[in-house]
Design a protein around this ligand. Sequence first.
Ligand SMILES: [Zn+2]
Length: 452
Amino acid sequence: MTAGLMVTPLDGWIAGRTGAAGGRMTRAELEVYQLARLNATIAQVRHMSSFYRRHFAAMGANGLTCLEELADYPLTTPADVMEHAGAMICGSQGDISRVVTLTTSGTTGKPKRLYFTSSDQKLTIDFFGCGMSTLVGPGDKTMILLPGERPGSVGELLFQGLLGIGARPVAYGLVQNLDDAVRTMCREEAVCLVGVPVQILAMARYWENWKENRWAPKCALLSTDYVSAAIVSELRRIWDCEVYEHYGMTEMGLGGGLECAAHQGYHLREADLYFEIINPASARPCPDGEYGEVVFTTLTRQGMPLIRYRTGDISRFIVEPCPCGSRLRRLERVYSRQEGQVYFGPGWPPVTMAELDEVLFPLPGLVDFTVSIVDAGQAAELTLVVEVLPEALPLDKSAILFAVRQLPAIRLAEQEGRLALTAEAHCRLSLAPGKRSIRIVDQTGKEAQSAG
Ligand SMILES: [Zn+2]
């Protein structure tokens, strides 16, 4: 353990959950707990879910003798959830306290429904509270820039988690008006912000040009979206604040993992989730430390357990021990979602959303962007529309083009005559809720795919 660096509070919380004495556990103790929870979950879904009874029909009834045997079980895909969510529910509908409907990208996707009981939500509240104690303490005002109006929404669960550790949550919601969000932050003297990376960056950039900017937050937690290194470094520069990243998705029960003060990967929520990194082609686990698709199994979920659920995210386990001394596994920053890629044609390397983030977000005053690709036969037409604060106008379009030409895939495709680039800059003071997207449009103008 590095001197002065606090071990992640998740370590003690998870040790307590596994029944380890004295708030410390060994890796072996955690794995004994996980194996028992995996077997209990598999038995539960075989007994109560008609989907999993069929899905696991070819598997023996004896359960697992070691964690590695989980890899013999079939994966569960987002398509399974779209088609069979109702048949995945364990127990009665009356036990369900929260249903989340996720609209999926593309033209064919049905909505995904996820079902949670109140005990499932209680575990998420506890995770949020424990995780937030990495950033804030009793009395610290924390502004929640996430949807929180409905009971069981991410903002509301975070609100309760913060109350549980004695912090003072300020429910705000997604940023739709930068001036109002920044004024509220300063009026409330919020020590900490929690929100969507691109929205918090927009607030920081607005604040930087604002005359009354006497209050700056001390820390921020970025969540619910891919976090680019360019956004983190801009927030550190503008506010001189400590930036933490969270990894999670609704399917994980919203919370999946959180950085510690060492900022070297997400410590995983291992009492409630068992993570694997698999080779997407073979579905077999990758050797530790290699990149692959993130797959997880719920260990404590009551409403709708998920077994070997494919996230579509790419990452790897960090093999080296964390400087904070935690025993928990760490996941490297999720660097791209498989679907967030732009292809220029067969045999050409794709450009990922993550790569576009890294080259575009350093542009001064930029708060958001969208990318559209139209496949126009010989050459694809790629249009970048960047949203900037008024101070940044007029933004030289050549600066945008220069930024994206830093990406070899774009530079090459352009040189070979396979890609035509155009750029536009618009003024932005208000922000629409939601995530950024890559829109891939086919020749008929129909949206073929979008990702965020
Ligand atoms: Zn750590």
